[in-house]
Design a protein around this ligand. Structure first.
Ligand code: ATR
Length: 281
């Protein structure tokens, strides 16, 4: 049997074990996906164990996505640019780091909503690791303009400056995450995406100037617990299209699955597993 898994702190809430194990079962693959609660102190020893156990690889979540980089033998150019690894593949004892979050996000918009990013205008809330993957996906797919709004505006400015060197054709802007700034960039937005942790456990943004958004805008949230965050619920009430974080979870997982097994998973089985666990919780 081949072992894969996810490391995180906390990790108990992760739906990845159910999602992957359902697909392994369906496809008759002798793989097992296990959650590992690993604290930052335990990271180095886990990495040593993973090679000893001859794991096929593992997913990486909070708070290790950036820390893991220094433990790897090779990092894909994409993961290096994003500055975060969410999937490790172990090949002949070598640890190779990938980022499937960015493509997972793009695929989810495309496949679940039929939304293509080329020439679109996006507003991104947040400037942390998750924002870097999303911003990379948007820029790579040919977005026309990306405005990054963050509680700490300096971080948004630095991210916009860094990515403007990599993607000079995109128009970049940054500002504090405040209603006043939202009012300025919302009217041109095709997509608003929340990459911050606001929305987890029902927390919410204090005020969103909904009237400034055009009717065609899609509101997207990376937070997937609850599935309908307060931001998405409010957007829906205003008649806007919404995009939940479960889509990115699904598609980043499907890409990781392919790296470990060399096979394309049955995405509908993975999706069903996510839905079943949501209904059971
Ligand atoms: P992740 O890897 O999940 O993106 P991170 O790198 O720690 O985690 O980034 C967290 C993001 O959520 C940051 O943009 C953070 O804003 P700051 O840069 O100002 O810290 C944002 N964030 C977290 N809590 C927030 C809150 N209560 N209100 C607004 N933004 C918040």
């Amino acid at each position: 049997m081949k072992l894969v898994g996810i490391i995180g702190d906390p990790v108990g809430h992760s739906l990845s074990p159910r999602m992957h194990n359902a697909a392994f079962r369906k496809m008759g693959l002798n793989f097992l996906y296990v959650p590992f609660h690993i604290t930052p102190k335990g990271l180095a020893s886990f990495v040593r164990q993973a090679t000893r156990w001859q794991m096929a690889g593992f997913n990486v979540t909070i708070p290790h996505k950036e820390r893991i980089l220094s433990h790897l033998d090779w990092i894909s150019p994409k993961a290096r640019t994003i500055g975060a690894v969410n999937t490790v593949e172990i090949r002949n004892g070598r640890l190779e780091g990938h980022n499937t979050d960015a493509d997972g996000y793009r695929l989810s918009l495309q496949k679940d909503l039929g939304f293509h990013l080329a020439r679109k205008t996006a507003v991104v809330f947040g400037a942390g690791g998750a924002a870097r993957a999303v911003v990379f996906a948007l820029a790579r797919a040919g977005a026309r303009k990306i405005t990054i709004l963050n509680r700490t505006p300096d971080k948004a400015r630095r991210l916009a400056t860094e990515f403007s060197r990599l993607f000079p054709k995109v128009v970049w802007a940054s500002a504090p995450l405040r209603p006043m700034e939202m009012r300025k960039c919302f009217p041109a937005a095709d997509l608003v995406v929340n990459t911050t942790s606001v929305g987890l456990q029902g927390s919410r943004f204090s005020k969103i100037p909904w009237k400034a958004l055009p009717r065609k805008a899609i509101v997207s949230d990376l937070v997937y617990r609850p599935r309908m965050t307060p931001l998405l619920k409010d957007a829906r009430k205003k008649g806007l299209r919404t995009h939940t974080g479960e889509g990115m979870l699904l598609h980043q997982g499907a890409l990781a699955f392919r790296l470990w097994t060399g096979k394309t998973p049955d995405v509908s089985v993975m999706k069903q597993a996510i839905e079943t666990s949501r209904l059971a919780s």
